[in-house]
Design a binder for this molecule. Structure first.
Ligand code: UGA
Length: 470
């Protein structure tokens, strides 16, 4: 039987909240601290605040029991053996990660620490952050014998965060002291020894008793770099396939076939080779910029990352050009938009390429009816409805009387739409798909002109003669 450990998690965003309820699910006693009183009250009342699979179940299992929510970091520091810092590390104007929240938390811990604690960086931070946290503690009068700083990066994806946390590909622990490393090993023991996967009510996923996740012990600095390097590599894979998709469009080849042919090579692998309108979200754009900035500061030429960013920015502009190429002029055109979130199955709109494209099209004089199953409310807060922008309640309403329908987020339900009904709703049966959700052949059979990413444009048989030459 694994030990139960008292854990404080500071920050109740995607990473902090998910970590808090998952640690409770693993049998630990958790205090989740946030300085936003309204969030704390909402969480105590059972509001998950974010759209995340399994979060409502776990929150109702443990809230006000094995997970307590509070604003009192001093009390949590005194009561817990391990303190996970999961506060935001937003992008500053120079591209660096802004670590002022991390520093503020370290200083507050320093003021209340009264026995040995392991302080764990869970937020994505640049290499050397552990040293700065130690320095901040010592500057505030804390003897180093009272704490260790460990890096334990998180690799969860939004939308599948709970399952990713409990069924990780790997757990990385960067610790320069054995004592701290041992505490982290105890915390993750229910996963690494397979105990969690014996439970009948456990969250399902791909790990099992016979195949538990590996725990990799590294130095603290290596762990910090593993996180940035992993996100930057995944972003590079996406930009690479997007550049290949542009080449496929120019050569009239099919990027899906190319990606499949590449991905069958086990050294390359099939994942993260889906072309589209570019990556977004709260992690990749920020982390690529921060990693580039860390390299710059250390005098290391990593201009590959600038290319990754450049391709990503171009991908949105290319999509708008594709809409123009299908409709001739954009001014005065009425467009249906499906999807506002930065990817399917989340209500998160941070750095969403869908929203950037909507803004570009509004600036070109289009009017837009937009639908998203979860992200419309958040979008409306930053992009209010107007004479040219309407938010509608279902996909077919977005298509109603539109000159074309644009697919901007890969929600699985968009792939299931009734094509006949969609065709009847549109003024012109034109679909421009930034996420390659449909089979071009099925689209032409249903009478659509169908433009997607990196695949030959598809026209209904009767329209072939009139397909515009580019
Ligand atoms: C990403 C990483 O996948 C996680 O491992 C990491 O823990 C997380 O960032 C983080 O650092 O917190 P997330 O931002 O939730 O997770 O989303 P992803 O599923 O990775 O997608 C990121 C963006 O890339 C989305 O806009 C998505 O549409 C796009 N994408 C993804 C593609 O365009 N093509 C692909 O093949 C895959």
């Amino acid at each position: 039987m694994s030990k139960s450990i008292s854990i404080a998690v500071v920050g109740s965003g995607y990473v902090g909240l998910v970590a808090a309820v998952c640690f409770a699910e693993m049998g630990h006693e958790v205090i989740c601290v946030d300085n936003d009183e309204r969030k704390v009250v909402a969480l105590q009342g059972g509001d998950t605040l974010i759209h995340e699979h399994y979060l409502p179940e776990l929150l109702s299992r443990y809230r006000n029991g094995r997970v307590r929510f509070t604003t009192d970091l001093a009390d949590a520091t005194r009561k817990c053996a391990a303190i996970f810092i999961a506060v935001g590390t937003p992008q500053s104007e120079t591209g660096d990660a802004d670590l002022s929240y991390v520093e503020a938390v370290a200083c507050e811990i320093a003021r209340s620490i009264d026995s040995y604690k392991v302080i764990v960086e869970k937020s994505t931070v640049p290499v050397y952050t552990n040293e700065w946290i130690s320095r901040a503690m010592e500057r505030n009068g804390v003897d180093h014998s009272l704490f260790d700083v460990v890096s334990n990066p998180e690799f969860l994806r939004e939308g599948t965060a709970v399952a990713d946390f409990l069924h990780p590909d790997r757990i990385v622990v960067g610790a320069d002291s054995e004592r701290a490393g041992a505490i982290l090993k105890d915390i993750y023991a229910p996963l690494t020894n397979g105990e969690y996967y014996q439970r009948a009510d456990g969250i399902p996923g791909f790990c099992s008793v016979s195949e538990p996740p590996p725990l990799l012990m590294t130095s603290t600095k290596s762990a910090e770099i593993i996180k940035h390097a992993s996100n930057a590599f995944l972003a590079m894979k996406i930009s690479f396939i997007n550049a290949v998709s542009n080449l496929c469009e120019a050569a009239n080849a099919n990027v899906e076939q190319v990606a499949k042919g590449m991905g069958l090579d086990t050294r390359i692998g099939p994942k993260f080779l889906r072309p589209g309108i570019g990556y977004g979200g709260s992690c990749f754009p920020k982390d690529v910029a921060a990693f580039r900035s860390v390299a710059d500061q250390m005098g290391v030429d990593f201009s590959l990352l600038s290319e990754v960013e450049k391709i990503n920015a171009q991908q949105k502009k290319r999509f708008v050009s594709k809409v123009r190429s299908a409709l001739w002029n954009l001014r005065g055109k009425k467009l249906g938009v499906l999807g506002l979130a930065f990817k399917g199955e989340t209500d998160d709109i941070r750095e969403s390429p869908a929203i950037e494209i909507v803004k570009m099209l509004l600036a070109e004089g289009c009017s837009i009816s937009a639908f998203d199953p979860a992200a419309a409310k958040r979008t409306e807060q930053i992009l209010p409805a107007s004479a040219t922008l309407r938010y509608v309640d279902e996909a077919y309403d977005a298509a109603a009387d539109a000159d074309a329908l644009l697919i901007l987020t890969d929600w699985p339900e968009f792939a299931e739409l009734d094509l006949k009904r969609l065709n009847q709703a549109l003024r012109y049966p034109i679909v421009i798909d930034g996420r390659n959700l449909y089979d071009p052949h099925a689209m032409t059979e249903h009478g659509f002109t169908y433009l997607s990413v990196g695949r030959p444009a598809a026209y209904p048989v009767r329209d072939l003669a009139s397909a515009p030459s580019r």
